[in-house]
Design a protein around this ligand. Sequence first.
Ligand code: HEC
Length: 142
Amino acid sequence: MPVDRSLVARRVAMALAVAACLAQGAAWAEPVPASEAAQRGYQLLLQRQDSGCVLCHRIPGLPVGGDIGPSLEGLSARASAPEVRERIADPRRFNPLTLMPAYLSLTGLTNVAQAYQGKTILTEQGLDDIVAYLMQSDRVRP
Ligand code: HEC
């Protein structure tokens, strides 16, 4: 029986295309290494008692997350790093009635326990690290 060369050629082309797709898929799935700041931010986010973000938000790469606030998936596409930082530092600037705590502010607090007086929830460094993770979290896995 004569071999239909065009059919063989088409099958080979198809197999090559599938292999190329699979190879590309593997490359896309390969995580970009997170920066050191983003890795520290990830650790802060994991320790619920230090940040509490996952009580209210789903965050890409984090194993747990809440639904009280919006999911932070795709955040870097809708906000810049300084905007995100300002939002976390004091969300009351955007919504005076927000449920979200002001992580870098001491104003407007009442009945603060002695041990916490004069201390913000996050340090400047901690906030910067969390912002670094959030801005990369759709692309990296720590
Ligand atoms: C008690 C619940 C709560 C906690 C804890 C909380 N948030 Fe929020 N967050 C909200 C809510 C609710 C909103 C929606 C806007 C608003 O009400 O201010 C929000 C909005 C945001 C936004 C804007 C989202 C967008 O899509 O633009 C960011 C970013 C954010 N939070 C980050 C954080 C980070 C980071 C932490 C931890 C350091 C945190 N939040 C902790 C409730 C919370």
